[in-house]
Design a protein around this ligand. Structure first.
Ligand SMILES: Cc1ncc(COP(=O)(O)O)c(C=O)c1O
Length: 393
């Protein structure tokens, strides 16, 4: 009888357990809300990307329900065969108007949008110049493209310039950054990088997953926040975070979008969104346009909570967004902090290597527009207690 060819996986898992890095999936029972029931416990939820509370918003539910009743549960095909429904086209046109670009293509996720786009646009003779903390979906897209990958230190525009100076002028180059970095909550160096892209004739791409619905006028993202309109060739957004549903999109020129219709592999080879999801996203854009006060509430909560953590003496890094890390160093310590917070009624996920550097493990907090002051104060009190107990403050 052959021995188990996957036995090495158990050894890997044992090693994670020995390092205190093994995680059980926490189970959300009920809705994704500011206070939620997770693993049978009621907790203040500081771990979702549901920035505006739209996952449970009545207007999204209603539009999704209407689409479900009228159009069914699935699209039944990839976009390029029979899976382009009128609701998908309506969503793309609406997003293009919202982002003020010629066109938009919607993907099944932000991950698919990033990976599919980078891999389609570049090939093995090209170079990608990428911030070291860019999201995994960008890294995977770069690898799939087989382009040479040159990584510059986080937000270091001068270092990116030195990389570009060494490349032949005629070489095709993509300069790429996250708009908001998902683990640190700081903003990409957009103004400096856009200027470099112009100087060195690069394609400029920004992944605005955590900026969509959060930064810029009515949540139009970091390109709007920094007033970089017309200077970013490829803008990626997600529909899975502040928009409250699921999906990703690329906004840009008509030629870019038509090219992606023909060459982006997740678009060509994976079934399109259920119509109810696309319909819910349309309702979310209505809300961004009609109810911008919801975004202001997110920012009021962000300011309150971030200041509270800083006053308690935690290391919150360089965050400029509703994502605020509490950086503790060792992975096992971050997991211990997260576990103790949870026992005391606060869910803030521990994050360790390889998601962040080995000595920068953390718990990551994300506030939403729907947290009440009482919930946030409760969370701060728990942070104070547990932080003292673990010698972190
Ligand atoms: C910076 C960044 N880009 C892209 C994504 C992927 O988005 P989605 O969850 O829609 O696949 C994420 C989500 O984790 C992200 O943090």
């Amino acid at each position: 009888m052959r021995s188990d060819p996957l036995s090495f996986l158990s050894s890997e898992l044992d090693s994670l357990k020995a390092q205190g890095l093994y995680r059980h999936l926490r189970i959300l029972e009920g809705e994704q809300k500011a206070t939620a029931i997770i693993d049978h416990r009621q907790v203040v939820n500081l771990s979702s990307n549901n920035y505006l509370g739209l996952t449970t918003h009545p207007r999204l539910r209603e539009r999704a329900r209407e689409a479900l009743d009228r159009l069914g549960v699935g699209s039944g095909s990839v976009r390029t065969i029979a899976g382009t429904m009128s609701v998908h086209m309506e969503l793309e046109q609406r997003l293009a108007r919202f982002k003020n670009t010629e066109a938009v293509v919607v993907f099944q996720s932000g991950f698919a949008a990033n990976a599919g786009t980078v891999a389609a646009v570049l090939s093995k003779d090209d170079v990608v110049v990428s911030d070291e903390l860019n999201h995994a979906s960008i890294i995977d897209g770069c690898r799939l493209s087989r382009a040479a990958i040159k990584v510059f230190p986080h937000k270091d525009v001068d270092a990116a310039r030195r990389v570009l100076q060494e490349l032949p002028a005629a070489q095709r180059k993509l300069l790429i950054t996250d708009g908001v970095f998902s683990m640190d909550g700081d903003l990409g160096a957009l103004p400096g990088l856009c200027a470099l892209a112009e100087e060195f004739n690069c394609i400029m791409m920004v992944d605005d997953a955590h900026a969509s619905g959060v930064f810029g006028r009515n949540g139009r993202g970091t390109i709007d926040h920094f007033d970089m309109h017309g200077r970013v060739d490829i803008q990626v957004g997600t529909l899975s975070k502040a928009i409250g549903a699921l999906g990703g999109y690329v906004a840009g020129s008509r030629a870019l979008i038509e090219f992606l219709y023909h060459r982006a592999r997740p678009f060509l080879f994976s079934t399109s969104h259920p119509p109810a999801v696309a319909a819910a996203c349309l309702a979310a854009i209505d809300i961004l346009e009609d109810e911008p006060a919801i975004i202001e509430r997110l920012w009021e909560n962000t300011r309150f909570f971030k200041a509270g953590l800083q006053e308690l003496g935690f290391n919150t890094g360089l965050s400029e967004s509703p994502i605020t890390p509490v950086i503790v160093g060792e992975g096992a310590l971050a997991m211990q902090l997260s576990d103790r917070l949870f026992e005391e009624g606060v869910f803030a996920q521990g994050i360790a290597f390889p998601t962040v550097a080995r000595d920068k493990a953390r718990v990551r907090t994300i506030v939403t527009a729907t947290h009440t002051r009482d919930e946030l104060q409760f969370a701060l009190d728990v942070f104070a207690k547990v932080g003292r107990e673990l010698g972190l403050r």
